[in-house]
Design a protein around this ligand. Structure first.
Ligand code: NAP
Length: 290
């Protein structure tokens, strides 16, 4: 059993840290808004600290799951940041979805302090975090990954090292690129069924068993047809992720025409007031068009 710290108890981090404590590890949590850390300690046990520096004291492995590049920089390098409290031979595992650029930057700073940095973004959503069934895609030195892998199994269904630092974040970009067009396609199919006067449930119960089936179709069609979007993976986060994908494509020369188009559709959803709606709200945009 390891001494661990977990920084960021949001939709994802809260249940992930809970799985670590339930697995028998000694977990100290930090959350910017202290009430969430207090609630976490009363639910799972463990301890809380009021700064990242204090939370990581004595930890073998530190996990973080915060918002974007700037948030991660702040949690690592800011006043009372995690790196100030980490010593050699410890490992920082970043579950935030961020750019490969900030990953390389923080990897280098950590390395200069003798600390290992593993990028480890996740897929599987809120349900995957709560059920301990996330897909984790990692980048970083093999030895650091090997040392962290067993601990990460507390909340992963699959966890794999893809390559050197940044490879986990590039893999997460592939994940988001694959999802973007798919959710638009699913939204168009449900919109089309409604316009044709068919029951969307009947349609999906058949086509989900064939070549059109997908995680998005199986897990989202009911809430989409019920017009429920106040859950899941926020449109604001998806725009952050697609922005990272499109900026990276500008650098590596990849052509992402559908991703660019769907990013604009999500901009429309934000204008409709749906920044915190689930990404399946692309259906709501089509319905608003008539
Ligand atoms: P969330 O519910 O909004 O939680 C964000 C967490 O980060 C909160 O604990 C927040 O603290 C903390 N935070 C943000 N900025 C901070 C800062 N500058 N300093 C310190 N703490 C800060 O987000 P989430 O849904 O858990 O997502 C977290 C990350 O996982 C994002 O990168 C997201 O893209 C990724 N992700 C999310 C999902 C999903 O389905 N939700 C799936 C895969 C990946 P406060 O409580 O004080 O606000």
């Amino acid at each position: 059993m390891a001494k661990l710290a977990f920084l960021g108890l949001g939709v994802m981090g809260y249940p992930m840290a809970g799985h670590l404590q339930k697995a028998g590890h000694d977990v100290t949590v930090y959350n910017r808004t202290a009430e969430k850390a207090e609630r976490w300690v009363s639910e799972f046990g463990g301890t809380m600290a009021d700064t990242p520096t204090k939370a990581v004291a004595g930890a073998d492995i530190v996990m973080a799951c915060v918002g974007n590049d700037d948030d991660l920089r702040q949690v690592c390098l800011g006043d009372d940041g995690a790196f100030a409290g980490m010593v050699g031979d410890t490992i920082f595992v970043d579950h935030t979805t961020v750019s490969a650029a900030v990953t390389h930057e923080l990897f280098a700073v950590a390395q200069s302090n003798g600390v290992a940095f593993v990028d480890a973004p996740v897929s599987g959503g809120q349900a995957g975090a709560e059920n301990g069934a996330l897909s984790i895609m990692c980048g970083g030195p093999q030895a650091s990954y090997d040392a962290a892998e067993k601990v990460l199994s507390a909340y992963s269904r699959v966890c794999r090292r893809i390559g050197d630092s940044g490879a986990g974040q590039i893999t997460k970009m592939c994940n988001q690129i694959a999802i973007a067009g798919l959710v638009q396609g699913l939204s168009e199919a449900l919109h089309f069924a409604q316009k044709a006067g068919l029951d969307g449930r009947d349609v999906v119960e058949v086509i989900s068993q064939g070549a059109a089936g997908s995680w998005q179709m199986s897990n989202r069609y009911k809430t989409m047809l019920d017009d429920h979007f106040d859950h899941g993976f926020a449109v604001d986060w998806m725009r952050k992720d697609l922005g990272i994908c499109l900026a990276t494509a500008n650098e590596n020369g990849a052509s992402l025409p559908v991703t660019a188009l769907v990013d604009q559709f999500y901009k429309d959803v934000q204008k409709m007031g749906g920044g915190r709606w689930d990404t399946s709200s692309l259906l709501k945009r089509l319905q608003a068009l008539g």
